[in-house]
Design a protein around this ligand. Sequence first.
Ligand code: NAI
Length: 459
Amino acid sequence: MANHDLVIIGAGPGGYVAAIRAAQLGLNTAIIEKETALGGTCLRVGCIPSKALLTASEKYSEAKSDFAHFGVKANVELDLPTLLKHKDNTVKALTGGIAMLMKKNKITRYEGTGRIAGPGKVVVEGKDQAELEARNILIATGSVASSIPGVELDGDRVGTSTEALSYPEVPEHLVVIGAGVIGLELGSVWMRLGARVTVFEYFDTILPGMDADITKEALKLFKKQGFTFHLGAKVLGAKARGKQCTVEVEGMEPVTCDRVLVATGRKPNTEGLGLETVGIVPEKRGQIPVDSHFQTSVPGIYAIGDVIPGPMLAHKAEDEGMACVERIVTGYGHVNYDAIPGIVYTHPEIASVGRTEDGLKRDGVAYKKGVFPFLANGRAKSMGATDGFVKILADEKTDRVLGAHIIGPAAGDLIAEIAVGIEFGASSEDIARSCHAHPTLAEAVKEAALAVDGRAIHM
Ligand code: NAI
């Protein structure tokens, strides 16, 4: 029986980052992963392949529709197999990189399914078979797509994001169930490549939970791009018969299409983990309850990432993994949940950090806001990317930045500055007085910070 200081179940961004940090801190660390490729949903069938497709499809769409505006004439043709190969090669390179990092850090890798078999005991079943003794166990098993009643997933025509990363041909008509992050990102990919895309969303807004000004602007821009949205529409079922799919929506005639993407959320992955052997009881929605140091109800067993409460984001899982391990070894480790950015990689990108305006109103927090449009930013104008704006929310009395919401070019990169600001307790004045290079998109952030006090320069 092998002995380890720490056994991690799951090698996604939460698990593999925790393993590296643990090894750096001197723990004899093992990681169990059932898939041959390391990196979890994010690297294999999530963030990374979807970004490869988003980039490639955006290049195609730009070359087809936008190049002429810049005086570049091109005859453009889609080569879908090569486009998909770019995605597969990206995934292969990155998952291979994680395997190398495991070796470099002398982390023992077990290929198989990990199951807790009692306090301090983990069994591995699969390619590797092992019984492990662990001083500490870290559950980092992530999440799986959750469907809705009435939807018959067939692993092909009616599928989740996993199938939508590899359609062998561009759908004629793609129906997307759910206007959340996955629905809009993968819907964008196939729409840019030529599909007609219809989205059904239960709530009366896209991206429910995000800042209302942002979702309003996004809806307007996405409609202009060609998306058809049915908001306040409850999907009751979907099935495929041969190549044709039928989608049933409350109060509407059935809709036919050739592919259905079910993007109605994800649920924690705890099946077969052996939680019952140690008395861990998941919450009603499946999450494993933990204390502020990521410890479950059982001493020595920890959990991080999508399997515990909070946003299901790779970077949240990574930070939790590091904090959890640091706490085990040093007694300290912390994640600031007020400064976790969220990004939607559509065109334009959407990025958020901290509080929304609705949330502040609900909690009766007095705030000031500064908004600056990309239309008035020199770099955006020269790029032909003037849609969208930056909005910064600051405490009315202290001027401390409480939240920021950006829709526009490179929003996902611009938000990092504000996340760091929030982490450091910055005021909007701090951001406004920091020198931002000209001409850059980042100047729109500075101008929004100036606008908090009504003194934006270019507006
Ligand atoms: P989501 O929770 O973002 O959106 C699901 C949507 O489906 C919701 O708007 C919901 O109202 C709608 N819905 C549910 N039942 C419905 C019904 N019967 N009829 C019509 N609409 C219905 O979930 P999504 O997009 O599947 O993403 C899953 C997770 O993955 C999220 O937590 C997300 O944060 C994460 N993710 C993050 C990405 C990023 O950071 N860029 C990219 C992709 C996923």
